[in-house]
Design a protein around this ligand. Structure first.
Ligand SMILES: Nc1nc2c(ncn2[C@@H]2O[C@H](COP(=O)(O)OP(=O)(O)O)[C@@H](O)[C@H]2O)c(=O)[nH]1
Ligand SMILES: [Mg+2]
Length: 433
C-alpha cells in the first residue's frame, strides 16, 4: 500500500478511535451521573431516605496548573482547547484562580456562580478573599479530551514584594487537595527557582506526591539539547535541596507550545502531558464505576439493616404488647371483680333494692365496664411505657425501602454491568471479552 494511503487510513482509524472514546466515556459518565441525580429514584435521594450521606461522582478530572509567573500555564490551556480563553503574556495576567471547562456556550462566571457549579469547592470560602478572585471560563471547544476536564489556572507565582489579595499558598494547597492532577511548570528563562513555587510544591509533595507532574516548559527557549539538560539539572538540584521534595527520581519532560515557540531541533514531549491527562480520565471512569458499585452495596446493606431492625423492633413491641395486655387484662379483671364484689348487683342482701332500681344499676354496671376498659388501657400503656417502645417504620417508609432495594438490585446493577462492558469493549475489544 502506498505510504500516503497508509497514513490516511491510520489517521482515520485514530480519529474514529478518538470519537469512540469520547462517545463511550461521555455515555458512561452521563449515565452514572443520572443514576445518582435522578429526582425520582436517584441514588442520592435513596440515600437521603435511608439517612446516608452520598455524593454523586465527579464527571470531570480537575487539573491544577501551577508554576512561576510566565511559565506558560495559560498558553498551555489555550493550546489544549485550541481557543484563546486565557490571557497570556509576560505581564502578570492571571491574577486569580480561573477554572476553564467545557459547556454548551461560551460564558464567564463569577466566583459565587463558580461555587454553584462546583459545590465541592465551597470550603475554599474559608480562605479569606479568594472567592472574589475566583472565576470560570466556559468554552464550547471539543478539542482533544477537553470534554472531561476542568483546568484550574493559577496566578503566576513570584517572590518578593508582590502582594496577593489572599493567602495564595494556602489556596493553591487547598486546590491541590481537590485536583486529580497537579502540573508544575518550570520555564528555563523565568524565575525557574522562584522560592514561593518551590515551597508550595514542597508542601504539595508531602500530601499529594502521586498527583504531581513536573514539566520544563518553553523548551524551545532553552537553547540546544545540552543547554536544556543543564537547565533541567539546575531545577532538579534546587528541588532536591528541599527536605520535603527529596525524591529518588524526577521525571521532567520538556515541552513547548507548537507554533508559539522558536524554530528548534529539540524534541517536544507535549504528547506526554496529553497522555497523563488521558490516563487520569480513564482512572476517573473506573473510579466512577467502582464508586457506583460500592454505593449500591452500601445502600443495599443499609436498606437490609433498616428492615431487619424494623422487624426486630416490631417483634419487641409485639412481645411487650402481649405482656402489657396480660398485665392489663389481669388488672382490669381484678378491678372488675373487686367492684362487682362491692356492687349492689351481686349483693344478695340488696337484691330487692336492685330490682327496684334496675334502671339505675344498669347505668352503674355500664360505668363500671367503661371504667374497667379505661383502667385496662391505662395499665397496658403504663406497662408498655415501662418496658419501652421501639420506633418502627411506617407502611409507606417500608414500601419505599423495599422498592429502592428492588431498583438497585435490578435496574442500577444491570445498567452498571452494561456500562462496564462498554468500557472494557473500548479498551480491550469485543473479541477479547
Ligand atoms: N517560546 C515560547 N513562548 C511561550 C511558550 N508558552 C508560552 N509562551 C509565552 O510566554 C509568555 C507567558 O505565557 P503565559 O501562558 O501567560 O504564562 P503564565 O503566566 O504561566 O500563564 C507569553 O508571552 C507566551 O506567549 C512556549 O512554549 N514557547
Ligand atoms: Mg497565566
Amino acid at each position: 500500500m502506498p505510504s500516503a494511503v497508509q497514513h490516511s487510513t491510520s489517521t482515520q482509524k485514530a480519529g474514529s478511535q478518538h470519537s469512540d472514546f469520547v462517545a463511550v466515556t461521555e455515555k458512561i459518565l452521563k449515565e452514572c451521573s443520572l443514576l445518582y441525580s435522578n429526582k425520582d429514584n436517584g441514588l442520592v435521594k435513596i440515600a437521603e431516605q435511608l439517612g446516608v450521606k452520598l455524593s454523586a461522582p465527579r464527571k470531570k478530572v480537575v487539573i491544577l496548573l501551577i508554576g512561576n509567573h510566565s511559565a506558560g500555564k495559560s498558553s498551555f490551556i489555550n493550546w489544549y482547547i485550541n481557543e484563546n480563553v486565557q490571557k497570556t503574556g509576560v505581564a502578570i495576567e492571571t491574577q486569580g484562580f480561573v477554572l476553564v471547562t467545557s459547556g454548551k456556550r461560551r460564558e464567564s462566571l463569577t466566583g459565587n456562580a463558580t461555587l454553584h457549579l462546583y459545590p465541592h469547592f465551597h470550603t475554599l470560602e474559608k480562605i479569606n478573599g479568594v472567592v472574589d478572585f475566583l472565576s470560570t471560563e466556559i468554552s464550547t471547544s471539543k478539542e482533544k479530551k477537553f470534554n472531561f476536564i476542568t483546568f484550574v489556572d493559577t496566578p503566576g507565582l513570584v517572590d518578593g514584594d508582590m502582594q496577593y489579595p489572599f493567602d495564595v499558598n494556602e489556596a493553591v494547597h487547598w486546590l491541590g487537595g481537590v485536583a486529580d492532577l497537579i502540573f508544575v511548570f518550570f520555564d528555563p528563562i523565568g524565575q525557574a527557582l522562584c522560592k514561593r513555587t518551590l515551597s508550595i510544591v514542597e508542601r504539595l509533595n508531602i500530601e499529594y506526591a502521586d498527583k504531581l507532574h513536573f514539566y520544563l516548559t518553553k523548551a524551545d527557549d532553552a537553547g540546544n539539547e545540552a543547554d536544556r539538560q543543564k537547565v533541567m539539572m539546575q531545577i532538579v538540584q534546587e528541588l532536591c535541596k528541599r527536605p520535603g521534595l527529596n525524591r529518588t527520581a524526577f521525571s521532567m519532560p520538556a515541552i513547548f507550545i507548537p507554533n508559539i515557540g522558536k524554530e528548534t531541533s529539540c524534541m517536544n514531549q507535549i504528547d506526554l502531558v496529553c497522555d497523563e491527562i488521558e490516563k487520569a480520565i480513564n482512572i476517573n471512569i473506573q473510579n466512577t464505576m467502582n464508586k457506583l458499585d460500592r454505593d449500591c452495596e452500601l445502600l443495599l446493606e443499609e436498606a437490609k439493616s433498616k428492615l431487619e431492625l424494623n422487624n426486630e423492633n416490631d417483634a419487641y413491641n409485639s412481645a411487650n404488647f402481649a405482656k402489657a395486655m396480660c398485665v392489663g387484662v389481669l388488672a382490669g379483671g381484678t378491678l372488675l371483680w373487686f367492684m362487682s364484689a362491692i356492687s349492689p348487683v351481686t349483693r344478695n342482701d340488696q337484691y330487692s333494692t336492685f330490682l327496684q332500681s334496675k334502671k339505675n344499676d344498669q347505668q352503674e354496671v355500664a360505668k363500671e365496664y367503661v371504667f374497667t376498659v379505661v383502667f385496662t388501657g391505662a395499665v397496658v400503656q403504663a406497662v408498655m411505657w415501662t418496658l419501652g417502645y421501639k420506633p418502627t417504620l411506617s407502611r409507606k417508609e417500608k414500601k419505599q425501602i423495599i422498592a429502592a432495594q428492588e431498583y438497585i438490585k435490578k435496574t442500577v446493577k444491570s445498567k452498571k454491568e452494561l456500562l462496564y462492558r462498554d468500557y472494557l469493549d473500548l479498551s480491550v475489544g469485543n473479541d477479547d471479552l
